[in-house]
Design a protein around this ligand. Structure first.
Ligand code: ADP
Length: 245
């Protein structure tokens, strides 16, 4: 049997803002090739957890390893799609330029993207159905279109792990399905996906793995084993049927 590799391992992770812990002693092993949702109520620490994985916030205790090494040694293997609200969309840049930024990590300093990178960027825009908008300023795209462009930027990175913060926020149903299909394709290629997601109803349909979080880790594992009333109630503090609206 093929040995299971751990894509991301979190050990004893505690993160605090202004001395107030928002993540408490988290242990997590995310196997390679899973498509994992992180779920939990507002303020549960979901964004903070992925920011700790990406070295954006510094923990007060514990650590994160990416394929057995610290993130800074593995950053080329990790693509990140930030939460839409955290991006300055007025920044004067076109869709294609945003996607080209995804190639910088493999280029090194000074070198500018060349034909190869341009081709990859155009292919990625085509994949997310945004090719005809390539020269459009990002501020002049709809929320769903901006999200597709950011997904294209992650795709050109050709990473092993994709970390996304609420990629379906503010997108229409067509865009949501388009994004899910691309994510499922990535999983088919053996990539690992870690996605903050807040629509509980779609969790079992989109994902095969889930982490329940509410400052502490409530549970983590395959959907079929742990996506149940008990864990939902422990995480949300209310009855599952209420939580899922
Ligand atoms: P979630 O993504 O689950 O909604 P977050 O990780 O964004 O939760 O936030 C967890 C907690 O940390 C919240 O109480 C939030 O107000 C707080 N928080 C997040 N970012 C900061 C920050 N930069 N400074 C201070 N507090 C923060």
């Amino acid at each position: 049997m093929k040995e299971e590799r751990i894509a991301i391992q979190v050990d004893d992770l505690t993160v605090a803002y202004n001395y107030k812990p928002v993540l408490w002693d988290i242990d997590l092993k995310i196997p390679e090739g899973v498509m994992m949702a992180i779920v939990g109520p507002n303020g549960a620490g979901k964004s903070t957890l992925i920011k700790a994985m990406l070295d954006i916030v510094k923990p007060i205790a514990g650590n994160v390893q990416v394929f057995g090494k610290p993130y800074h040694k593995q950053r080329k293997l990790v693509a990140y799609v930030p939460q839409k609200g955290s991006v300055d969309w007025d920044f004067p840049t076109t869709a294609i330029d945003v996607v080209l930024m995804g190639t910088y990590g493999t280029l090194g300093w000074i070198k500018r993207p060349g034909l190869k990178e341009k081709k990859a960027a155009l292919e990625a825009l085509e994949k997310v159905d945004m090719l005809s908008f390539k020269d459009r300023q990002i501020s002049q795209l709809s929320g769903g279109q901006q999200q597709r462009v950011f997904l294209a930027r992650a795709l050109v990175q050709n990473a092993s792990i994709y970390i996304m913060d609420e990629p379906f926020q503010g997108v229409d149903a067509t865009t949501e399905i388009a994004i899910v299909n691309i994510l499922k394709e990535l999983r088919k290629d053996g990539k690992t996906l870690v996605v903050v997601h807040h629509d509980l109803q779609t969790v079992p349909e989109y994902f095969d793995w889930v982490t329940f979080l509410n400052v502490e880790k409530i549970a983590t594992g395959p959907i079929k084993d742990i996506f149940n009333d008990d864990n939902l109630t422990k995480t949300y503090g209310i009855n599952y049927k209420v939580a899922i609206r």
